[in-house]
Ligand binder design. Structure first.
Ligand SMILES: *Cc1c(COP(=O)(O)O)cnc(C)c1O
Length: 454
């Protein structure tokens, strides 16, 4: 491989590149890690370190790195017709085919896609079009969205407002009006003496309380990630989503499942709603739709919403230059073809998920781990000061970072949110690679415990 002048590149990066979700001053001092290559579940950095990527980039590289077919699909489409828009009563063949393919895959009667470039934009689209949906039916006051504290729905004005991250709300004057939040379902910290199933109902009924407080005639939609990813992989009890669904139906509140992480096989089902057994009305998708090879998102709507938008919506005053980008659609189609033909989602569910769950539970026995939670191929290890209690370290966050850095030294990429170590490997991970993941994670936990003097 060509030799890179790492310090020179790091210097240029520090001078000219603002990094998202980073303290840029601190990062400039430390220097960024430069990644150069990927193959399957591994990536390599500029120093030549081989790293097992147990986070699939950023929850997205579902089919693994280095699949030439996706590059070839992009190349073919770029050569034939690099771009055309969907504005001027036009579209392109890959965009039509992708919309049809998504309708086939999506649960229930979610049959309609509005294409965008990211998960954040999908959520912006949903906020606007849902408010429009109610407004054209003479209910302009039914415009409130309810999300969850600590939820994550992206970083645009609407995305960050629908999300409930306090640190994000502090920057840029958020949340925008008419967005409310309820507490998230996090049994580990919040469940008290309740069983998980009892707690799931209690957590869901916070939605009913909030709807009644605001007035059902004011509440347009509820939005939630089937599994709350960014905050630390909060996997709700089995009772939670069916109860949320019941409440939404009762008050005619649209149910939005943010499938940006869960979609396209993360839980071993195609969509998170299928894993939990509920039927959303609307879902944003992104990330796994292209396995991260190219940007693409979609706001997907069921027949009821789409039919009103079509029949009564008039001109939809919304869209992006790249809404129907044919190259992104071609890559998404190729990614989905591979997921289907190689039965990657089924294999993840039947062969890998049970084995991963077993090894994850073994990691849960480590003295630093208070809870090992997992659903399909997404999980977390909650690091705690006292294994017998469901409590946090006083200096929350520092132990997670320590463990993450130890893992990296041992050639394993895990993400840390607070003191939870997050897992989301490519769906193509093998049993041998699960063993490698286990060994490296266990050693990183040992390193961390030792550094803490435990
Ligand atoms: C990543 C993410 C988003 C935002 O997607 P971007 O493509 O980063 O804009 C939205 N919702 C969830 C649940 C996500 O994890």
């Amino acid at each position: 491989m060509e030799h890179l002048d790492i310090p020179a590149l790091q210097k240029l990066d520090a001078q000219h590149h603002l990094h998202p979700f980073n303290d840029n001053a601190a990062l400039a001092k430390k220097g960024t890690r430069i990644l150069t290559r990927g193959e399957g579940c591994y990536v390599w950095d500029a120093e030549g370190n081989q790293l097992l990527d147990a986070f699939a980039g950023l929850w997205c590289v579902n089919i693994g790195y280095g699949r030439r077919e996706l590059g070839e699909a992009a190349s073919k489409q770029m050569t034939q017709l690099a771009y055309y828009n969907s504005f001027f009563q036009c579209t392109t063949e890959p965009t039509i085919a992708l919309a049809a393919k998504l309708a086939e895959l999506a649960p229930g009667d979610i049959n309609h896609s509005f294409f965008v470039n990211s998960g954040s934009e999908a959520n912006d689209t949903i906020l606007r079009l849902v408010r429009h949906f109610w407004a054209v039916q003479d209910q302009p006051r039914k415009n409130i969205f309810i999300g969850r504290h600590d939820g994550y729905h992206g970083t645009t004005m609407a995305g960050a407002s629908l999300g409930g991250m306090k640190g994000m709300h502090k920057q840029g004057g958020l949340p925008i009006p008419d967005i409310h939040h309820i507490d998230p379902p996090f049994w580990f910290a919040d469940g008290g003496d309740l069983s998980e199933d009892e707690y799931g109902l209690v957590a869901a009924r916070r939605l009913e309380d909030k709807i009644l407080e605001l007035g059902p005639e004011r509440v347009a939609a509820f939005i939630g990630e089937p599994i709350m990813g960014a905050i630390g992989v909060y996997i709700p009890p089995r009772t939670y989503w069916p109860e949320i669904e019941r409440i939404c139906r009762k008050y005619d509140v649209l149910l939005v499942a943010d499938e940006v992480i869960c979609g396209f096989g993360r839980t071993g089902e195609w969509f998170g709603s299928q894993y939990f057994g509920f039927q959303p009305d609307i879902m944003p998708v992104a990330k796994g739709i292209t396995s991260g090879y190219i940007p693409r998102g979609a706001a997907m709507f069921n027949d009821r919403v789409a039919n009103v938008l079509k029949a009564q919506g008039g001109e939809l005053a919304h869209g992006a230059t790249y809404s129907g980008h044919p190259v992104c659609a071609a890559v998404a189609l190729e990614n989905i073809r591979i997921l289907q033909e190689e039965k990657i989602v089924e294999r993840a569910r039947t062969e890998i998920a049970p084995y991963l769950a077993q090894r994850w539970a073994e990691l849960g026995e480590h003295r630093l781990v208070g809870q090992a939670r997992i659903a399909g191929l997404v999980g977390a290890l909650e690091l705690v000061p006292d294994k017998r209690q469901r409590g946090f370290f006083p200096d929350r966050g520092s132990v997670g970072v320590m463990c993450r850095d130890f893992a990296l030294k041992r050639g394993l990429i895990l993400r840390a949110t607070w003191d939870a170590m997050l897992l989301s490997p490519p769906l193509v991970i093998t049993r041998e690679q699960v063993d490698e993941l286990f060994d490296k994670a266990w050693k990183a936990l040992d390193d961390t415990a030792q550094a803490l003097g435990r």
